[in-house]
Write a protein that binds this ligand. Structure first.
Ligand SMILES: Nc1ncnc2c1ncn2[C@@H]1O[C@H](COP(=O)(O)OP(=O)(O)OP(=O)(O)O)[C@@H](O)[C@H]1O
Length: 247
């Protein structure tokens, strides 16, 4: 029988895949301690796309990093499919990140001496049940560019290679921290369309951090953070395609 957490329904009606309960994060100690998270409760549905908004310093990246197992919470729990991340040892947490989580950051961090396909293959070679690098590149619309080096690709294309690399392992969770932060709006739309396609075709539950409130329209659910807490949360009745968003 699965854990009760996995049987719950999220606000948008899908089955819960991930639950954060009372998460706190304190950096440092004493008078200089920074309380980055002050009790965050969050559920994420299977296949759901959540946009995370909030002013600079409100705790968005800290939350994302803890959900993805890149950092650990000071207090509270993160439960994925009934498993408590806080109870995992280092090896289990490494497997969690490697097998179940895809990350996309503002900067693409591609290896300059490897082609698009080879950059994606770095991940597929160590994944449990990966897509082929070519299939991952096709999902983000870069099949024809598989043999190009990063220097031969635009910023938006490089970010799409980074997305292909993140999703080639078929992650249950896709965590994107400002994926369009370094891009102009036209290129940003193409990257967001790629994330939307991945969310639909691979089925990864997706959390996308952005400073651009207009992007919230592409989400199933929108969460706003302020001062280390969730300040507001709502469900969109319909998702707007990134190309139809007014920037
Ligand atoms: N490694 C760290 N050591 C100390 N303080 C940190 C560390 N990482 C983040 N912080 C602090 O924690 C708070 C939350 O930071 P976080 O990066 O999560 O916010 P954010 O909402 O993602 O901000 P931004 O939109 O600017 O990226 C901030 O006050 C930040 O300075």
């Amino acid at each position: 029988m699965s854990d009760p957490a996995t049987q719950q329904q999220t606000h948008s009606g899908s089955q819960t895949i991930l639950q954060a309960i009372g998460l706190t994060k304190v950096y440092g100690e004493g008078p200089s301690a920074v309380h980055a998270l002050r009790g965050v409760d969050l559920t994420l549905g299977r296949g759901e796309l959540v946009v995370l908004l909030g002013p600079s310093g409100s705790g968005k990246s800290t939350l994302l990093n803890i959900l993805g197992g890149l950092d650990t919470a000071t207090g509270g729990q993160v439960i994925l499919d009934g498993i408590d991340l806080g109870k995992m040892d280092i090896a289990a947490l490494t497997r969690y990140r490697r097998d179940r989580v895809g990350f996309v950051f503002q900067f693409y961090n591609l290896i300059a001496s490897l082609t698009a396909e080879e950059n994606v293959a770095l991940v597929t070679e160590i994944a449990r049940d990966p897509l082929s690098p070519n299939d991952a590149l096709k999902i983000v619309g870069l099949g024809p560019r598989a043999h190009h080096f990063p220097a031969e690709l635009s910023g938006g294309e490089q970010q799409r290679v980074a997305i292909a690399r993140a999703i080639a392992k078929r992650p249950e969770l896709l965590l994107c921290d400002e994926p369009t932060g370094a891009l102009d709006s036209e290129t940003g739309v193409i990257v967001l369309e790629a994330i939307k396609t991945v969310n639909r075709e691979v089925g990864s539950s997706t959390v996308l951090i952005t400073h651009n409130a207009a992007i919230a329209d592409m989400a199933d659910r929108v969460i706003s953070m302020r001062d280390g807490q969730i300040a507001d949360e709502y469900t969109n009745k319909t998702r707007v395609a990134p190309r139809d968003i007014n920037w």
